[in-house]
Design a protein around this ligand. Structure first.
Ligand SMILES: Nc1ncnc2c1ncn2[C@@H]1O[C@H](COP(=O)(O)OP(=O)(O)O)[C@@H](O)[C@H]1O
Ligand SMILES: [Mg+2]
Length: 307
């Protein structure tokens, strides 16, 4: 009868330990890969003119998407006054600027908002990207890429118009929501934004939200006017995501520094947000791929360093 020596017992034990370690590290690797596979769907919310409701729409849409079971992060890219923090009534300690200029981590600058949304205050972070060397940019990219693990949706509230900070987002985005009111100057400025996107970012899907309209008829009318100009001069139409009526509850909620989806969840504007979120989630209507943060930021960087 063959007897196992203490030495071969020892070797057996070692082999078992190594095997189990390999299996464990394999599953850790699998999980890491799985995590990095998650890619957020990035949507830039923009407008030609300021004060048309971009920030209100971004914040409330984020809340609705969250309520439908999705994880949402807002990047506040608007350097104006009426920005995300004002609507949420929160004062963030850090902004993306700190991510670029100090050793802070993404989790330090990511703030928890109402109804489960998270947001990052942009500060002057985006414009700063242009001043970074390749190595620094790669460091930021690595920490920002972790956003894909926090979010199914990333909504970027851009500033209005076509300044350099805004176009960075618009030329990098694959999906843009363009907000306009029925006011003629707002429509003209929305058309100007559409023109910049269609001439410089052909792969981008732009959809319109008509805000502060009287009702569906006025929304149709504004959409029709923009479409006629876009088809004639840009050779492309524009689709609508829906409309929000002018609703006094929005102003009331703004004064309370509480999103209207929270303060007045049944108001007319909230119902409009519900319809719009439904369309965004309806991938049979429009198939949108989630491409993740990394590609998006890399394109922003490229557009900033090669104007
Ligand atoms: N559907 C709406 N009905 C009534 N007021 C609105 C509506 N949408 C936005 N507002 C108001 O318009 C103002 C500008 O909105 P805001 O979201 O800050 O615009 P932007 O981000 O485009 O500058 C705010 O006072 C807001 O309360
Ligand atoms: Mg705003």
């Amino acid at each position: 009868m063959a007897k196992t020596s203490p030495a071969s017992d020892q070797a057996d034990k070692l082999r078992k330990i190594v095997r189990s370690l390999r299996e464990k590290s394999g599953s850790i690797m699998d999980r890491a890969v799985q995590k990095s596979i998650n890619r957020a769907r990035l949507i830039a919310v923009t407008s030609g003119k300021g004060g048309v409701g971009k920030t209100s729409i971004t914040v409330n849409l984020a809340i609705q998407l969250c309520r439908s079971g999705h994880r949402v992060v807002i990047i506040d890219g608007d350097l104006g006054l009426a920005n995300v923090e004002v609507i949420l009534g929160m004062v963030p300690r850090y902004s993306m600027y700190d991510l670029l200029n100090s050793k802070l981590d993404l989790s330090d600058v990511l703030i928890e908002g109402p109804a489960g949304i998270k947001f990052i205050s942009g500060g002057t972070g985006i414009v700063e990207l242009a001043n970074l060397g390749r190595q620094e940019f790669d460091r930021i990219l690595c920490s920002m890429a972790a956003l894909d693990n926090y979010a199914d949706f990333i909504l970027v509230d851009t500033g209005a118009g076509i300044s350099s900070g805004v176009t960075g987002f618009l030329l990098a985005a694959r999906e843009v929501i363009l907000v306009t009111t029925p006011e003629p100057t707002s429509i003209t400025d929305a058309y100007a934004v559409l023109k910049v996107i269609s001439q410089n970012n052909a792969n981008c899907s732009v959809r319109l939200i008509l805000n502060m309209v009287e009702g569906p008829r006025e929304a149709e009318d504004v959409l029709g006017r923009l479409n006629t100009a876009a088809e004639r001069f840009l050779g492309t139409g524009i689709k609508s995501l829906g409309y929000l009526v002018r609703d006094p509850a929005v102003g009331r909620a703004t004064k309370m520094q509480t999103p209207f989806m929270v303060a007045f969840p049944n108001c007319a504007a909230a119902r409009g947000i519900g319809r719009i979120a439904g369309r965004i989630l309806d991938n049979t209507e429009y198939h949108m791929e989630s491409e993740g943060v990394k590609d998006f930021l890399t394109r922003i960087y490229r557009s900033l360093i090669t104007p």
